[in-house]
Design a protein around this ligand. Structure first.
Ligand SMILES: Cc1ncc(COP(=O)(O)O)c(C=O)c1O
Length: 420
């Protein structure tokens, strides 16, 4: 199994970061495509080919990054009409797209059906009725799965997105009324199977196994009680990776060893062909990204040392601890310009007028000087597009992808006035 380096930027010299900062401006996002690709391969290897690997675009929709994964992933999980367009712009075959989300509107459903999207996850009776109506109006069949909100509350997932009253999916106990409606509309719906997404940030391999085991029981129940057959079984994502601890992530090898036999025997005992999918975001992309900001100013306030940088929560909300984290901890930080400087305990503050705009609190890093570049590691997932970009009207950062030995601009920097 290939070893995934914990920091793909660790061997990049200071002058290379400076050159990139000079060319694209700061702040700046950098993504290492090879790191994402090697993680895709690592997941494939762990499941010995029993599971397909989709990338969840919501984690990082950067065009350059998506293009770098063409032919490397089996497909994409998309969650909006915008992501449908982005995926097609990046060159993905619509048949390789899986579309989920609790409030897909008619325009989005129509676009997905007309594109021939591989699988639309039906999350409510309203969506089911809309898909049927749109497909009939357009003279098409919609490829659908039913997204199930399982009875099982899977405590192993840090953020739970099933197993309780929630907006996602059809409650498992309601399947008996929804499935016959799907079966009765075979002229409009090509039923592909089921989709269960238990949540995000699961570090415990046995938690994933428990969730998958329950999902496979749902499949057996559907197939014993209806004539529907689940050729696609989307097992969701949520493999854990810590942004704040350099080495903490789910043990993918242990997960593979525990789950592969379960999947293999399930497929072997099935009378129909199965396509089993994991749709992963954070686990694939987070490690690849680094957010780079320049030190603009410094001061001591009441005995505490502050370094003010030109990047902050408007581009990297999660690093400031305000994107769903129960407890705030510093993301892994590096002084990219002066890695050998003696360490100092300090706060790294962003430029906004909000006191929570802190990329580091009491962080220890090599003592920065004004002009130095500070890197926020593990910024490749839920970074830029999960942040309030227009807050305080600063330029958006450029995003640059290191791919096949080159640096490629994945999205340019834009001034506030571009969004008027
Ligand atoms: C339906 C669905 N699939 C996949 C993902 C990706 O999850 P993760 O990045 O935790 O792997 C999400 C995240 O919210 C999701 O809602």
């Amino acid at each position: 199994m290939p070893v995934v380096s914990s920091d793909p930027w660790s061997s990049t010299p200071a002058d290379r970061f400076e050159m990139l900062a000079h060319e694209y401006g700061t702040p700046l996002y950098l993504y290492d495509a090879e790191d994402v690709r090697s993680r895709v391969q690592q997941v494939r290897d762990a499941f010995e080919g029993q599971a397909q690997v989709y990338f969840a675009v919501k984690a990082n929709p950067n065009l350059g990054l998506l293009r770098s994964l063409l032919g490397k992933v089996d497909g994409l999980d998309i969650s909006s009409g915008g992501e449908l367009d982005q995926a097609q712009l990046a060159g993905y075959d619509p048949a390789s797209l899986s579309f989920a989300g609790p409030a897909k509107n008619r325009a989005e459903l129509t676009a997905a059906i007309l594109s021939g999207a591989g699988c639309i996850s039906i999350e409510s009776v309203r969506e089911l009725d809309d898909c049927v109506q749109i497909a009939r109006e357009q003279g098409r069949r919609a490829n659908v799965a039913v997204r199930v909100n399982p009875k099982l509350l899977n405590r192993a997932f840090g953020m739970k997105m099933g197993g309780r009253a929630i907006q996602f999916g059809v409650d498992e106990e309601e399947l008996h009324s929804v499935l016959p409606r799907i079966a009765a509309c075979a002229d409009a719906l090509d039923f592909r199977g089921i989709h269960v997404y238990a949540g995000s940030q699961c570090f415990d391999a046995s938690g994933v196994v428990e969730g998958v085991t329950h999902t496979l029981e749902i499949v057996r129940e559907i197939e014993s009680s209806t004539a529907l057959r689940c050729s696609t079984i989307n097992l969701g994502g949520g493999f854990g990776l810590s942004h704040t601890d350099a080495d903490k992530e789910i043990d993918i090898a242990a997960l593979g060893s525990a789950l592969t036999p379960v999947l293999r025997s399930f497929v072997a005992s099935s009378r129909v062909p199965r396509r089993i999918v994991f749709e992963l975001g954070r686990y694939l992309a987070a490690n690849a990204g680094i957010y780079v900001a320049r030190v603009i100013s410094s001061k001591i306030s009441r005995g505490k040392c502050f370094f003010m940088v030109d990047g902050g929560l408007h581009h990297q909300l999660a690093a400031a601890g305000t994107f769903g984290a129960a407890l705030r901890s510093n993301f892994v930080l590096r002084n990219l310009s002066r890695p050998e400087a003696p360490p100092v305990r300090c706060n790294i503050a962003g430029p906004s007028c909000n006191p929570t705009d802190l990329l580091g609190i009491d962080a220890e890093l090599p003592r920065p000087e004004i002009g130095d570049l500070i890197g926020v590691l593990k910024s490749g997932a839920y970074g830029l597009t999960a942040s309030p970009l227009l807050f305080l009207g600063r330029h958006t950062p450029a995003e640059v992808v290191a791919v096949d030995g080159k640096f490629v601009l994945g999205r340019r920097s834009r001034p506030m006035t571009d969004f008027n």
